[in-house]
Design a protein around this ligand. Structure first.
Ligand code: NAD
Length: 378
């Protein structure tokens, strides 16, 4: 089976789906790899490295896609790119089908089998394929570094001949994968870290990283069976807002990561809370792509309001392209290993991972959740 690694075309996307190290591993699975010329350039993997690893490097888009069995990407293709993929081939990428109805329709019309990395179930078995986790690890780390670079203060406590420096306080809202990595990085830099989350399991994880967990209501555990957060009551929201306001006013840095699956991000940091913060403080809103946890966030931009700098960048994993690509390539390698046998896709719909992440196949919507959502919308 021919595996095609496309060069990413989305603005500010520096990652690549497969790195040279992964090429021989795919070959042992009965696959040959063709890489679009320059695909790894922005993440510092050269065409020569791919060639040395055993891949073909192809300049011409027509020749690249000819006979492709599977196309690997980080970001879903544009419609124009999708039209180059041979009918009946497989595409694996990040893909939010409900946000990309145009692409969903195109995949159906062209009988393309599309897997979405976001729809891989968050189970222990699927952990090694879980790109939401691997990329969030990069995002959480990068968020703290960007905040530290912009903060006009030290992170650690310092005893110097010129006096004592108080450590910076970092408030992390949402201790999922990105939040936990942000806590770890902030602690390594010597910051004092405080954490909010609605899931009880987050408390232990937070404390094991040496941070303080702020309990809103000891009786509440807003976790779904799948481990995600669910909507909390109005009473909880009010209590949380009061406590958040108190802690935000004392924080030097706030990193927000709170998400509810398939919903817009909850607005947790109000403009009034920002106004009460110390001038010079920094907020990094990792929920910016889904609307932001802070009322002031502008997705993709950095703004200063009431003396507070608010970062709404959505390309944090891409800013760590070398390691983010390395981890993504490993996720894809594991995913391909799970989905194929003797170099061919199994399409085993009894398998939870396949059933969860296969969105379209043979001109039909294969995924139950997406089918229901599309039919529900008329
Ligand atoms: P996420 O990106 O969906 O959300 C980030 C965090 O925000 C979560 O911890 C969530 O509880 C929190 N949050 C949501 N609403 C909030 C609010 N109003 N106030 C404060 N916090 C709020 O989370 P994620 O990083 O994708 O992780 C989701 C869950 O999946 C976690 O339980 C994680 O441990 C689990 N997980 C399991 C596996 C696995 O076993 N394979 C892999 C990855 C993640």
């Amino acid at each position: 089976m021919k595996v095609v690694v496309a060069k990413e075309s989305a603005p500010d996307e520096r990652r690549v789906a497969l790195i040279p190290d992964t090429v021989p591993r795919l070959q042992t699975m009965g696959m040959e790899v063709a890489v679009q010329a320059g695909a790894g350039a922005d993440s510092f993997y050269s065409d020569d490295q791919y060639r040395q690893a055993g891949a073909m490097v192809v300049d011409d888009a027509g020749a690249l896609y000819e006979g492709a069995g599977v196309v690997l990407r980080v970001v879903a293709p544009t419609l124009e790119e999708a039209d180059r993929i041979p009918e009946g081939a497989v595409v694996i990428s990040h893909f939010q089908p409900l946000d990309r109805r145009d692409l969903l329709e195109r995949y159906l019309a062209r009988r393309i089998a599309a897997f979405s990395m976001e729809y891989i179930p968050r189970t222990t078995l699927a952990q090694a394929m879980d790109s939401l986790s691997s990329q969030s690890t990069a995002t959480g780390h990068q968020a703290v570094l960007m905040a530290a670079e912009r903060l006009p203060k030290f992170f650690p406590m310092l005893m110097t001949a010129a006096g004592m420096i108080q450590p910076s306080t970092v408030l992390v809202v949402g201790a999922g994968v990105a939040g936990l990595q942000a806590i770890a990085t902030a602690r390594r830099l010597g910051g004092v870290v405080e954490v909010f989350d609605v899931r009880k399991a987050a408390k232990e994880e937070t404390m094991s990283l040496g941070a303080t967990f702020i309990e809103v209501d000891e009786g509440v555990d807003a976790a779904t069976a799948g481990g995600y957060a669910k909507e909390v009551s109005e009473e909880y929201k009010q209590k949380q807002a009061a406590l958040l306001g108190e802690h935000a006013a004392k924080a030097d840095v706030i990193i927000t990561t709170a998400l509810l699956f398939g919903r817009p991000a909850p607005k947790l940091i109000t403009e009034a809370m920002v106004e009460a913060m110390k001038p010079g403080s920094v907020i990094v809103d990792l929920a910016a792509e889904r609307g932001g946890n802070c009322e002031i966030t502008v997705p993709g931009e950095e703004v200063v309001r009431h003396g507070v700098r608010i970062l709404g960048h959505t390309d944090l994993a891409s800013r760590m392209a070398v390691h983010a690509s390395q981890m993504y390539a490993k996720n894809l390698q594991n995913f391909l290993k799970h989905l194929t046998a003797d170099g061919a896709f199994k399409f085993d719909m009894e398998d939870e991972i396949t059933a969860g992440s296969l969105i379209t196949r043979d001109g039909a919507i294969a995924n139950v959740r997406i089918r229901e959502a599309v039919q529900g919308a008329g």
